[in-house]
Design a protein around this ligand. Structure first.
Ligand SMILES: [Zn+2]
Ligand SMILES: [Zn+2]
Length: 697
């Protein structure tokens, strides 16, 4: 521990102190240079400035002190509204939190039973006692204060009032430096860690039995050579208490749903990154992200893709639920944040929560940056997303594809018509670069299939009004690869069966949605990751985590794809379960391909479609993908109409160069498996056309 004894700062100067942000996920007092202040209430105390976003990391690190494992509880907390002070003191607070070591401040050492003893002395209870905790208080005086500064809300001032875990005589009172603690629980942290608690809760939520959890825990402790930290002493009773907690948990904290949500937010403020109540013209917005989700977003989102999945307007879900998805190493979509907004305003309030979310991530890692954001709703405020994440934006056509296909399967009863209409609809979207030809194409489609009246009716009422918005978006944004659609769809199906199905029609209680998302549904994803990382509980894997077609497609051999390059009407894929059978895939390689396997025939994206898309791309057969086509059309129209004005020409050249860079970036993305490669045919056309350009000046 270094401290800067030589220099005493005056409180007025604290803002000149360096802001310390150690590059570890958790850190403690030992990682800081401490300063002392002169005079005043804090005279002689150690102080340090850290980013406010890292206070929790400090409290965690400080709790896992090797000599003195502890846990710091909030002893008191005060808040002041912004704008309430006209002349704030330099150390004036917006939030004031006093953390105290759980082994203090009271001292009940005389009545403490020793570990392993079946004591009949129950800790006293009543006014002023801390039920269930009193028996372990050993008079520890270690405590510190955290002030979120009024004038600098992004900074926290830590004032360490007593650094050592000692009692009032100045002697160590717990941990390995305390002779009396050796061999008792007081040698360890007073409670199990938040991580272990979450782990047990998640296992209980997904249905692992109490016995299995205890058994698994004991095996793990044995594996690392017997107990040596508090977590290792997890008792059957601890697990039973958590089980009871889950059983008694109720989503309805108040009969009034708004009060209920507000109470939930107060109790779970750590998992809320944005909250705005609905009032007057303001819509309701709630942004949810657990610590674990934050870690996953940092881990898989950096240099990876983040996709939006928007669900709204169903009978059960009146509000809009937007899930942000990251993709793990098995291409599974992992929800890394949820945003619930009152409906109709949909995505027009993106700017409100998005900056808070990105600030949260950058607070943990200033270099964090995704490679691409995949949006699924053309009404998104793209400039807000671009500014917040500072990366490229791709468009996801999964909702369109699924909507059209589901309706075709429902309203048309002839497979040939289904696949032909589906292909035709895809062609219309392909022509999105040119709005006049799009209108003609739509009209033509509706005339050709006029006898499919049910579908035509659906298409007219549901899609015609918003088709321009989609065309516009397809014309300006590159389109994400089919593989992502498969993962997003797996997420969608799991969300539907595990969360949306629990919602009650016509009741629309947001608190029920919040409860379902943050308890069992969150636990399923936590548990999947735990299985993958540890290899335990393979037999308990949820079927949804095993049915991601992108992942499955990678296990189909190229030999099983039968494709006639002279006739690209269809391809065949040998069944993986029965090699004497093959499935036929129409319009191979396209987003609008249709396979005749049972999974595809109920409107889902099957592994055969994905496999053939990957296959076609790697051999550069079939048409170039939509994204490449849009680039090519824009570029060719630019080249055919070269402007005379040198200023406009200069701008055009810089635009072309940017596009060239974009295509190169997409190739880089595809090389690391994150995006489909751009067809080399397209690239060579582009390259030929681009080369003479720089010489024009
Ligand atoms: Zn202590
Ligand atoms: Zn299939």
């Amino acid at each position: 521990m270094k401290s800067n004894e030589a220099k005493m700062s005056r409180m007025e100067d604290i803002l000149n102190l360096p802001v310390q942000d150690p590059p570890y996920s958790e850190f403690s007092a030992a990682h800081f240079n401490w300063f002392k202040v002169e005079g005043g209430r804090q005279g002689g105390d150690d102080i340090a400035l850290i980013p406010f976003s890292r206070v929790d990391d400090f409290v965690k690190g400080e709790s896992s002190n090797a000599d003195c494992p502890a846990s710091f509880r909030v002893e008191s907390r005060r808040k002041r509204p912004e704008g309430s002070l006209s002349r704030p003191r330099v150390d004036g607070y917006l939030e004031y939190t006093l953390y105290w070591c759980s082994y203090g401040p009271e001292d009940y050492r005389d009545s403490e039973p020793h570990i392993g003893e079946n004591s009949s002395i129950k800790p006293a209870s009543g006014k002023g006692s801390r039920p269930g905790r009193r028996h372990m208080m050993r008079g520890c005086l270690c405590h510190f204060t955290v002030k979120r500064l009024y004038t600098r809300p992004l900074l926290a001032l830590i004032i360490y009032n007593q650094r050592n875990h000692v009692d009032k005589t100045g002697a160590p009172c717990h941990g390995i430096l305390d002779q009396e603690s050796v061999g008792t629980r007081a040698m360890y942290a007073p409670r199990i860690s938040e991580e272990l608690r979450q782990k047990v809760m998640a296992m209980l939520h997904v249905g692992v039995s109490l016995d299995t959890i205890v058994q698994h825990h004991m095996e793990e402790v044995q594996r690392h050579g017997g107990p040596h930290i508090r977590d290792d002493f997890l008792a059957r009773n601890d697990v039973r208490n958590m089980e009871r907690l889950i059983r008694n948990a109720c989503h309805e904290l108040h009969s009034n749903v708004e009060c209920s949500v507000k109470m939930w937010v107060q109790r779970h403020h750590k998992h809320v990154f944005y909250f705005e109540e609905s009032s007057g013209s303001e819509t309701f917005v709630l942004g949810l992200q657990s610590d674990w989700q934050l870690q996953q977003m940092l881990r898989y989102g950096h240099s990876g893709s983040i996709a939006f999945h928007t669900a709204s307007g169903s009978k059960r879900l009146k509000d809009t639920l937007c899930s942000l998805l990251a993709f793990d190493s098995s291409h599974n979509a992992v929800p890394v944040a949820w945003i619930i907004t009152s409906s109709s305003h949909g995505n027009n309030n993106t700017h409100k929560w998005m900056l808070s979310l990105v600030e949260r991530l950058r607070g943990k890692d200033t270099r964090w940056r995704p490679h691409a954001i995949i949006v699924d709703d053309p009404s998104f405020q793209l400039s807000v997303i671009r500014e917040a994440f500072q990366c490229r934006i791709l468009l996801c056509l999964w909702h369109v594809r699924r909507g059209w296909l589901k309706s075709l399967l429902k309203h048309c009863h002839n497979f040939d018509a289904q696949r032909e209409m589906f292909k035709h609809l895809g062609r219309i979207l392909y022509s999105a670069g040119n709005v006049s030809s799009t209108a003609v194409a739509v009209e033509e489609f509706l005339q050709i299939y006029v006898d499919q009246s049910e579908f035509v009716e659906y298409f007219r009422s549901k899609w015609l009004p918003k088709l321009d918005l989609w065309f516009n978006c397809v014309g300006t944004l590159p389109v994400a690869g089919l593989e992502h659609y498969a993962s997003i769809e797996s997420y969608h199906l799991r969300l539907k069966s595990r969360v949306l199905s629990l919602l009650v029609e016509k009741s629309h209680r947001i608190d029920l949605l919040i409860h379902a998302l943050t308890t069992q549904f969150h636990s399923f994803y936590w548990f999947d990751t735990y299985i993958v990382e540890t290899g335990y509980f393979e037999n308990l894997r949820d079927r949804f985590s095993l049915t991601n077609p992108w992942y499955q497609a990678e296990h189909i051999s190229d030999m099983d794809v039968l494709l006639d390059e002279e006739n690209l009407q269809f391809a065949k894929v040998v069944s993986q379960a029965d090699s004497s059978m093959a499935y036929t895939l129409w319009n191979p390689g396209s987003e609008f391909g249709l396979c005749d396997c049972s999974w595809s025939m109920v409107g889902n994206m099957c592994k055969h479609t994905i496999k053939v898309a990957i296959y076609c791309r790697s051999r550069q057969i079939a048409r170039p993908l939509l994204s490449a086509q849009v680039y090519m059309e824009t570029l060719l129209s630019l080249l055919q109409n070269l402007p005379d004005d040198p200023l406009v020409l200069g701008h055009a050249i810089s635009l072309v160069n940017r596009m060239k860079q974009d295509i190169k970036n997409m190739e880089d993305l595809s090389n690391c498996g994150l995006l489909q490669p751009v067809s080399s045919g397209t690239n060579s056309i582009l390259a030929e056309n681009i080369q003479p350009l720089p010489r024009i000046n």
